[in-house]
Every structure is written in C-alpha cells, then in structure tokens.
Design a protein around this ligand. Sequence first.
Ligand code: 6MZ
Length: 341
Amino acid sequence: MNNFSNEDFCKSLPKIELHAHLNGSLSETTLIQLGSTNSDIAEYQKLKHVPPHERTLNDCFKIFQFAHKVTTSPNSVYAATKNVIDEFFLDNVIYLELRTTPRSEDGMDAETYIESVVEAIKDNEKDILVKLILSINRQHSLEVCRQHLDIILKMKKKYPDIIKGIDLSGNPHHGRFSNLQKLFQEARDHGLFTTIHCAEIVNNDEVKDILHFEPDRIGHAPFVHPRYGGCAENWTTLQKNKVPTEFCLTSNIISGTTNLYENHHIREWINNKLPFSINTDDKGIFHTNLSQEFEYALKYLALSPLELWQISLDSVDHTFATSEEKSLLRFKLEQWKKGTF
Ligand code: 6MZ
C-alpha cells in the first residue's frame, strides 16, 4: 500500500455520503458569507465546546435555527447548497445525498426553497454526483406533513433525476412514525426511496413499526440492539430485513446518544455483518467531515484501510442512484484501489 498516514488515507479515499442535512452542514465560512452574526455563529457551533455529560439530543435541535436564520431567500439557499457540495467535493466525496426539509419564509415558499436547492445541484460542475432527499419533520402537524408530501411529489415529478427519496427526521421526542406511515407509503408508491431516522431515543414500539415498514434505509439506530436498550424482537427483525443503516459517529457522541467512539453501536452491525454506511449528519454543527469520520472508524473500531475501502464500496449498494451511476461509482473505487494497494 502507498505510504499513507491514516489521515491522508481517509482523505484520499473516494467516499459516499448518504446522511447529510443541508442546514446542519453549513460551515463557518458559509455562515459568514450569508451574514450570520458572530453570536449566532457561536451558538451554531457551541455544541462542540459543551462537556459531553452536559449535552442532550434536545440541545442539538435548538441549534438548527441559527442556520435557518440565514437561509431564508432563494439566493441564500442556493449559495448554501453550492458551498456544501463544494466542501464535500474537496473532502473527496464522490457521491452525496443531501437532505433538507421544505421551508416557507417571507418571499420564499416551500416550492421555491426546493427549487433553489435543485438549481444549485444542477449547476454543480465538480466531479461529485449529487442527489436530493426531502425530509418530513416529525415535529410538524399531520396537516403540514401532508402539504409537504404533496409539494415533494410535485417536485419529484419535475426533477426525477435529482429528487430520489424522502426522509423522516426532526426531534424524536415529538411525533410518531405510525401517524405518518401512510404518507411514507404514498411516497414509496410514487417511486421515492425511503429513509427513516430510527431509535434516536429508546422507543421500541416505534422501532417495531419502522422496521416492519421496511424502509430502504434507517438513520442512526443507537437504541435498537438489546445491549443499548432495544428489544430482542426488533434486533431479530433487523437481522432478517438487513435494512442498511446510516451511521454518524461524531453526531452520536456530541448529541450524547453514545458515550465513546469505542462503544459505538456500529460494532454490533460489524460483528453481525449487517449493511451500513458511515456519514456526517450535520458536519457544521458537529465540526466534522467524512474523512474524519472514517479516521475515527480506523482508530477506534480497529478497522483496516482495506475494510474502510470496502465500506465505501458497499455504501454504493445503499445509494438511491441508478444502476448506471452505481457502476460508475464502483469503477472509480476500483481504479483508486488499484493505484493505492
Ligand atoms: C433528527 C435531524 C438531525 O432539513 O433544515 N436533523 N433530525 N436527528 C438528527 N440528528 C442529530 N440532524 C438534523 O436541516 C436541519 C434539520 O434536519 C433535521 C432537523 O429537523 C433539523 O431541523 P434542514 O436542511
């Protein structure tokens, strides 16, 4: 193998990012460019500096408003999206599935919001393939979720090559998947892939509903395995369904769902040979990037460089890309491997 340091290896490895929320991914440079005040920037980045035992998942959800304050016009949403894509490209991410929640602001309705994100994706000229997942926020009323789904379906018809999936996210202390399941089924019937944030708190009844729905992917899943407060029945279902899980190591550490990288629940997936990908979640809020997340996996989970390459390759299977696009991504990874190992 080339004489890479761990850091250089993880940076150079072509990577697949499947779980990145647009407004949580804004960098300090972007916040400054979009006119954030110094105190708002400090608030947006504050989690990093709060001692672990004093952070909660609820604290994280207060932080997004500081990004939302500056992404209130079509131009700022466009610029934010463009910067996020460029930053992932510079981190050698070759495929990015960005997700975001439709939002209405004065002078920008939810359709215009989505159009602005799509425009930035269409204008991307860098060598990174970008797709969009639209999020339903579980904190919203059923009526708002319904309205958002109608807009999402309309936009998906207009941009079928870009808008690929629908996500359920937001504060897990609010809302229930069972109340929204029909909407997700409708989205699926219209050809959208589904990914659901799952078990960010201990909630075995909801996890059961999510796993029986058999989404294309689930996000995080810290409290599914019995060792972490999940129940045996759900773990058995997951082992049977083999739904790919999107892991976000640093996000779980900073939001307090995991205490140490070494103890991360990803181990159960590795030990049981279950499918997964490694992702950033909110690289701005959690001060990370995908190379760093891979480096943590190398360091704390005792994975080898070749195993990290294999994770990148396997992640291609879990993308919402077309089979031609997947072939191209696999080709890039194989080429890189030939020149590296
Ligand atoms: C659940 C999350 C999240 O949509 O405005 N979001 N939902 N769990 C997480 N892990 C900590 N991280 C982000 O990006 C910000 C929104 O994404 C969801 C939240 O609803 C947040 O408001 P967008 O681009």
